[in-house]
Ligand binder design. Structure first.
Ligand SMILES: *[C@@H]1O[C@H](CO)[C@@H](O)[C@H](O)[C@H]1NC(C)=O
Ligand SMILES: *[C@@H]1O[C@H](CO)[C@@H](O)[C@H](O)[C@H]1NC(C)=O
Ligand SMILES: *[C@@H]1O[C@H](CO)[C@@H](O)[C@H](O)[C@H]1NC(C)=O
Length: 383
């Protein structure tokens, strides 16, 4: 009897502690694994994450079925089992589409009820037969009022189908997420379907990066994913996130951070501040460069590195090469920001660009470790 009472008291304490700790914590710590990177799924330190996205499944332009290419089929079907070896509780989502997918094909699928149904049914079958816990749509981007409306119809019907499938199969419902633009409306002022997102998606992955890059901003070396702007014309994470959390609950919002930067060729090696005059890309053809390659560049050229804490961005320069990127300071400031705003969590694009988990450990893992410590303390109290 006494031990039962004690048990009750302890579980109440544990419950209250959990309530206390849940405030200001992020629930989703996630990243995309991109099969095209060649980074083996077995090398992912999945203990740092709650969710992993497996990218990408394709959309057949004629049948509108979701498919997995033959070169990916063995990798995708073993993905969940592979990443669960280091973390049995990590959840996996099959991501469909992506930046290289044909957005018109997705738009045309979403424009008719019958093709939406083909997409939905085939995606659910594919998720189940390949052991994923959820599905993610990366449509870059719905770009007209009717495409936004159709996106809303698609996710509402998807949610209904996923709920029915769960009821019939007796399994937990598949998770549903979508990767979305950095702010709540696309160029031209087309708003995302906020009600449908709130009702039908578990969360949105806000792609809060690629604000400036040499391909579309060749003349100035802009910060590719700064947290804050100091003039109204500068693009920032904060502006987009504020718009999103006015439109949907912060608990639907997962903040994207880049594990890559962009390299520009400076006009003048002595003019190397943020927004310095530039002349297109350096290092790679579009200037995109992985975090690990940026660190190699810094080591090899003894480049000067700067963290600007006002707008929260890192950059480095050597000679006429200038690279804007997120290092540990930017990532951890953004993680703190996400917690402060009550966001559901954050995700990174993409794992191969940080093969030694330097960024994952700073931004994601430390927080995870702190939580682990708290849990361990609670368990000790219980004993
Ligand atoms: C994209 O899809 C549309 C319609 O499905 C097609 O007309 C167009 O040729 C495709 N574009 C590319 C680059 O494949
Ligand atoms: C940042 O940009 C937004 C959108 O243009 C603007 O409303 C805001 O005032 C800007 N912040 C500053 C400090 O200029
Ligand atoms: C940070 O960057 C902004 C330009 O975006 C600049 O005005 C400011 O002076 C920089 N701060 C420092 C400490 O360099």
């Amino acid at each position: 009897m006494a031990s039962k009472t004690l048990c009750y008291i302890f579980s109440t304490i544990v419950f209250l502690l959990q309530l206390h700790f849940s405030a200001g914590q992020t629930v989703v710590k996630s990243a995309y694994w991109f099969s095209g990177s060649g980074f083996p799924a077995s090398s992912i330190d999945s203990s740092l994450f709650t969710h992993l996205f497996c990218a990408f499944a394709d959309l057949n332009p004629t049948t509108y079925q979701v498919t997995i290419s033959s070169s990916n089929s063995a990798l995708f079907s073993t993905f969940t089992r592979t990443v669960q070896q280091k973390n049995p509780s990590v959840k996996t989502l099959l991501s469909i589409g992506g930046g290289n997918a044909n957005a018109s094909t997705i738009a045309s699928m979403a424009s008719q009820a019958s093709t939406r149904k083909t997409f939905i049914d085939s995606s659910i079958n594919l998720a189940r037969s390949n052991n994923f816990h959820g599905l993610d749509l990366d449509w870059e981007y719905p770009s007209s009022a009717s495409q936004m409306t159709n996106f809303g119809l698609l996710i509402n019907e998807w949610r209904t189908a996923v709920a029915n499938e769960a009821k019939n199969s007796g399994k937990a419902a598949l998770l549903l997420s979508a990767a979305v633009f950095r702010t709540s409306s696309y160029y031209g002022g087309f708003n995302y379907p906020f009600q449908a997102i709130s009702k039908s998606l578990d969360w949105i992955n806000v792609m809060a990066y690629e604000f400036y890059g040499p391909s579309w901003s060749p003349k100035e070396a802009g910060p590719p994913a700064a947290l804050y702007n100091i003039t109204a014309s500068q693009i920032s994470v904060d502006t987009g996130i504020k718009a999103w959390i006015q439109a949907v609950s912060p608990k639907k919002v997962v903040l994207g951070v880049p594990f890559f930067g962009f390299a520009w060729r400076l006009v003048n090696a002595n003019s190397h501040g943020i927004f310095a005059p530039a002349n297109g890309a350096a290092i790679t053809s579009g200037g995109a460069i992985a975090y690990s390659k940026i660190k190699d560049f810094i080591a090899q050229t003894s480049a000067t590195t700067v963290f600007n804490s006002t707008i929260v961005t890192n950059y480095c320069y050597s000679g006429t090469t200038w690279i804007g990127y997120d290092d540990t300071q930017s990532i951890s400031t953004k993680v703190t920001y996400a917690r402060g705003k009550g966001l559901l969590g954050f995700f990174a694009w993409q794992l191969a660009q940080d093969p030694n988990s330097v960024l994952s450990k700073t931004g994601f893992g430390l927080e995870g470790e702190k939580e682990e410590k708290k849990k361990r303390k609670i368990e000790q109290t219980e004993e």
